[in-house]
Design a protein around this ligand. Structure first.
Ligand code: FO1
Length: 320
């Protein structure tokens, strides 16, 4: 085993959180660092909402709603009913118990704490021992250029249900944003054994992380394996608008498109068994292909994909 022992996972919300859950069942707390996309974050009715950090937090604390993938299980919606009664904006759903997280986070941020610190404190309270780091403490909102004009990410995703065709994405302020110092320090101290890109949307979940000032250079200077898991299986997205976006951006919706998109960054690429025929094309890109069962429908399949990824990275010995 290399002396470096941490796995850094780049993740969006729902899909990424499933793999992160599996990894957290196999790796000790000090061996897993999850870097969360914060491009989806926004202020809503005075509250700071960080959807991907929320999904990761609920997944790792076993509080997540297994069907929706976002928010908490056994949720009630009295607040939303009352909000509607008063004519408040009701396109973005905040559950009664979920509200506590947003209120407390907003309160802590207003008292002067950085998002990294707030996330650490809140994770600690719900018993999470692995590290979730926001990609940056600086806001980097994702803007979606669509056929109907420019939309903030949550307007596009929730309010307009991903319906408008997309032209491009902007990660506002990304070049000036600083990578969260904790993450930079891990790379500088040589503690990182491997980087894993979760099966999240490449355009709106992973690209915002990669766009944060200097991170691409950190990754280019990293000499360990960088592996991505395809969020596209059999030409369709496991969840969310990734496949629809590919078509709108003029790319074939295929796991191969994802491999090509990340090619310059990666050493390894994980595809589903349904896409096994793509192996020669992935090899031709200079990447090591791994064919696995990537659909994660329950804790068992989340853990088995996590184990397969670790094995593929040749890191499982002594860790799992
Ligand atoms: N997604 C929805 O589709 N509808 C919602 O009303 C909604 C509310 C919401 C509240 C808090 C939170 O943390 C996430 C929420 N999400 C909702 C999920 C979220 O907007 C998206 O899944 C992510 O931004 C995409 O990764």
């Amino acid at each position: 085993m290399r002396e470096a022992s941490k796995i850094v996972v780049l993740s969006g919300g729902v899909g990424g959180a499933k793999l992160v859950y599996g990894l957290a069942q196999l790796l000790p707390p000090e061996a897993l660092i999850v870097v969360a996309n914060t491009g989806d974050d926004f202020d809503h009715m005075g509250l700071r909402i960080c959807p991907d950090i929320d999904s990761l937090t609920y997944a790792l604390s076993d509080l997540a709603d297994p069907v929706r993938g976002w928010g908490r299980a056994d949720e009630s919606w009295n607040f939303m009913r009352a909000l509607r009664q008063f004519g408040g904006e009701d396109w973005f759903n905040l559950g009664d118990t979920d509200l506590a997280l947003h209120v407390l986070r907003t309160y802590m941020l207003r008292s002067g704490k950085e998002l990294t610190e707030v996330t650490r404190l809140l994770c600690q309270k719900v018993g999470i021992r692995h590290t979730i780091l926001p990609m940056s403490d600086d806001p980097v909102p994702t803007m979606v250029e669509t056929e109907s004009g420019c939309l903030t990410f949550q307007e596009y995703f929730v309010r307009h249900r991903c319906e408008p065709a997309v032209n491009s994405f902007r990660f506002q302020g990304a070049d000036k944003a600083c990578l969260t110092p904790e993450l930079r320090a891990c790379f500088e101290r040589g503690e990182v054994a491997a980087v894993l890109i979760a099966p999240s949307n490449p355009f709106v979940s992973i690209d915002p992380i990669l766009a944060v000032g200097g991170f691409i250079d950190v990754l280019k200077g990293f000499d360990g394996p960088i592996m991505a898991v395809s969020p596209i299986v059999g030409g369709a997205a496991i969840k969310g608008p990734a496949a629809k976006m590919m078509v709108e951006l003029g790319m074939p919706s295929s796991a191969l498109t994802v491999a090509e998109y990340y090619q310059s960054l990666l050493t390894d690429f994980v595809i589903d068994k349904a896409d096994a025929a793509l192996v020669p094309e992935i090899q031709a890109l200079g990447l090591v292909p791994h064919v696995e069962q990537t659909m994660m429908t329950d804790p068992r399949t989340k853990i088995s994909l996590a184990r397969a990824c670790l094995r593929a990275l040749n890191l499982s010995r002594g860790m799992v």
